[in-house]
Ligand binder design. Sequence first.
Ligand SMILES: Cc1cc2nc3c(=O)[nH]c(=O)nc-3n(C[C@H](O)[C@H](O)[C@H](O)COP(=O)(O)OP(=O)(O)OC[C@H]3O[C@@H](n4cnc5c(N)ncnc54)[C@H](O)[C@@H]3O)c2cc1C
Length: 532
Amino acid sequence: MQTPPYMRILREKGVLDVMGGQVTFGSPRVRKINDKQIRSSGEFVLYWMTSTRRYHYNAALERAIDLSISLNKPLLVIECISVRHEWSSERVLSFVAQGMVDNLSIFEDQGITYIPWIETHIDSGDGMLRKLSSKACSIIIDDYPTYLPRWVMDRASLSSEVSMEAVDSNGILPMNYADKAHKTAYSFRKHVQRSLHSALSTFPSENPMDGIQSDLSMKKSEISKLVKDLELEFTPLEWIWRVAEGGDVAKKAMAPLNIDHEVFPVESVRGGHYEAVSRLGNFIEKRLANYSEGRNDPDNPAVSGLSPWLHFGHISSFRIVKSVMEKEQWTYDSVCIEDTGKGHRSGWWGLSESAESFMDQIITWRELGFNFANFRRDHNTLDSIPSWAMKTLDEHRNDQRVTYTFEEIEGAKTGDEVWNSAQRQLLRTGHMHNYLRMLWGKRILEWSPDPETAADWMIRINDRWALDGRDPNSYTGIFWVLGRHDRAWGPERPIFGKVRYMSSANTKKKLKLDRYISRWAEDAPIPKSPPW
Ligand SMILES: Cc1cc2nc3c(=O)[nH]c(=O)nc-3n(C[C@H](O)[C@H](O)[C@H](O)COP(=O)(O)OP(=O)(O)OC[C@H]3O[C@@H](n4cnc5c(N)ncnc54)[C@H](O)[C@@H]3O)c2cc1C
């Protein structure tokens, strides 16, 4: 097979140097979302940060910097979180506030004006954005395909007085590379294999201010004038610090807010860039090599544990994938070119077995979720499951079943001690072991009155308690339980029909669960550090 030109370039330059093309207008990561013009007489470029909550490897920030330089205007970055969304809780707010505290120092070091802002009154976020758009040249916003960030993006595109661009920093492949929602991991994997080479050059750079001499910051007097003219109310930094501190200080600070106070902050984890990078280093050095063998070990799984930081954008999959490639000394020469585009799960990358298996999760499975949510508005409903799955679940709708109430399930009060342990891990740490998460969903299907209720209960529990909930992958996982991205399995069983079946008895045979069950027993203390 002839070597394609892009590969020659990658070989000559070395693949890790090629990564990091500049994100400008025209990049597949950037799309215009309204028909308003750039106002060159405006006072600043605004980056409204809603999901890519970081400085490094941030394509939206890179595009905002590019615009700010070309218009010769300062850049204002506002990271916002609303407390008015359905699953707003102490757990979510404290994790985000911890990320904001890290961002304050990182942005300051880079000379970029960054303001963290917590929306506490209904519609004040939309109001703030509308007011700022009256003075801005242009607005950049994160392109995120689900939940609140998508809603904010859609709404803002209607109310902004100036040009708005949505920028996608979500994954290795720009979401725009696909032209449809892929129904299976196999089909998406083929797409990954065909597109990876050009995707590498769309990576945002690690440090978007590297080599930039211009001063892009806003002067204090300019900010004060803006606050006065537009009657803006920013969140006191001292309050954000208290929320980020954790413990009683944080609880007191959050007490007046109308949020879910039962979903308490997880004291054993800290949100933000620094914690994420340190966990990544630990994973690469100590766990990656054992990923394919050890990821299902319930006591000490060889996983990254990074999904909460990925979800809130505190760390990017660019950094993670690049770290794996560096560790494995990967070059494009390692790729098995003959297999390109064939959708093989392993052997294509030319990495160790563990690294390949990790790449399949963090690229194929993770980005399948973004792809599906991007193209399918119904991605978080039962309408998104394939017709064979709906048909078989319908045929078994009236099968006899043991049911529990939602409260019994949410409170880990079922007759299945393996399941209760997994649920308690989720309630106490905002996290659940991956293999048990699959079992968790399958049993909820078995115990609820019908598939619609099962979907609703899984979403309510996962989005409420999981730190990584409300993510495209929340809905990939939940609807996988109900047959999405899967095939029909035999033998046909009660309730499940042809949808893949899992049982606690089989799980007990497959995994050693005694220690896990005692660790998450009803009267066991909440551990000081998570098992990953
Ligand atoms: C019912 C159910 C609900 C789920 N809900 C969520 C959720 O709310 N948020 C979420 O991020 N993931 C969810 N998943 C997928 C998966 O369980 C988690 O991504 C994974 O356990 C996170 O742990 P980790 O960061 O240690 O993953 P690692 O094994 O270290 O993998 C690295 C990253 O790859 C991605 N990844 C790994 N496994 C999967 C997978 N099976 N599907 C999609 N992406 C994957 C994640 O981004 C993960 O952080 C769900 C799965 C099921 C079955």
